[in-house]
Write a protein that binds this ligand. Structure first.
Ligand code: ATP
Length: 308
């Protein structure tokens, strides 16, 4: 049997929501100390890599125009980094099918970088270890290691130090995608500003949240969801308050701003409730578009095309 890896290789790249995001002090290196619980969601991008004469990148999907197609793209940087470390030329054509909102607080760029590492490891037959991949991921960005791992995990440091969290069953979510995006550094700066002039709410401890995840109980989990960046995102985009309210009025158990926003994530009691909430929210005119998703899902993985 021939063991030639078919080209292209396609990798599914999950998005994430932070179930808990505690933003600590500003460090000397300009990053904030974080304690977060990442949760990988089924809303995803697909990243394909094919052998080519030169490095190229194209992006397809509704948001494609907002995504850089050069070294400004994290997937491009992932390919360049891996090629350099593997001592080969980055001769590959990358195609990203964008399902994740751009600048939406759902780690879209980070997950494309994670997916590119996984895809090129397979295409080039590098046989990288988990540790190798983790190291390259952490070099590319704070959220990239989680996008490799998937599932549900506690992240500390800049979010790159991960410990898996025990979680039972599947949680059902509705995502309200906003018209524009929010820049993550701008949202952190807004939080610093709010903290300098007052005391915006801070999330509490993690123990009960971890228990609710282990029990697989969305009703217990809902009131424990929390995000220190939410006050800053709402300060920059006051209309998101209306979006959050509309989701809960539509029957969601709770709604939070995802990461740095502006996407809002609504936890629902079950799959049927998520469909109902998504339909109502879509009709309420409080967001650009609505998606149903579930989690936790695995991290960036090669898609098996052998049955197609
Ligand atoms: P995070 O949740 O990790 O803070 P985000 O989901 O808010 O990130 P991204 O979608 O990753 O934000 O995009 C942030 C910016 O990064 C975009 O405005 C875009 O210019 C740039 N970018 C670079 N690579 C990508 C990519 N592969 N997909 C989307 N945006 C990218």
């Amino acid at each position: 049997m021939l063991s030639v890896v078919p080209s292209p290789v396609t990798v599914r790249a999950p998005s994430k929501v932070n179930l808990h995001l505690a933003v600590g002090d500003l460090r000397d290196d300009g990053y904030h100390e974080l304690r977060t619980v990442f949760h990988a969601l089924s809303l995803s991008d697909e990243v394909s890599v094919a052998r080519a004469d030169t490095l190229s990148l194209r992006v397809r999907g509704a948001d494609a125009a907002a995504v850089p197609t050069d070294a400004g793209n994290l997937a491009w940087r992932a390919a360049a980094l891996l090629a350099e470390r593997a001592g080969r030329a980055p001769e590959v054509a990358i195609t990203i099918d964008k399902g994740i909102p751009v600048a939406g607080g759902m780690a879209g760029g980070s997950t494309d970088a994670a997916a590119t590492l996984v895809a090129l490891d397979a295409l080039w037959g590098l046989g990288l270890t988990r540790d190798d991949l983790d190291e390259f991921a952490a070099e590319l960005g704070s959220d990239v290691p989680f996008c490799l791992h998937g599932g549900t995990a506690i992240g500390t440091g800049r979010g790159e130090r991960l410990v898996p969290v025990l979680s039972r069953g599947t949680f059902h979510w509705v995502l309200a995608l906003a018209k524009g995006g929010l820049s993550t550094p701008v949202v952190f700066r807004e939080l610093d500003r709010l903290r300098a002039e007052g005391s915006p709410p801070r999330v509490g401890g993690l123990d009960s949240l971890l228990q609710a995840l282990a029990a697989g109980d969305p009703h217990a989990l809902a009131p424990l969801l929390g995000n220190d960046l939410q006050a800053a995102a709402l300060s920059l985009e006051p209309a998101l308050r209306r979006t959050l309210r509309a989701g809960v009025e539509a029957g969601a158990l709770a709604g939070i701003v995802s990461g740095s926003g502006p996407t809002c994530a609504f936890l629902c009691a079950d799959a049927a409730a998520a469909v109902t909430v998504s339909a109502e929210l879509a009709g309420a005119g409080v967001c650009r578009t609505v998606r149903v998703a579930s989690g936790p899902v695995p991290g960036a993985r090669v898609v098996d095309n052998s049955h197609h």
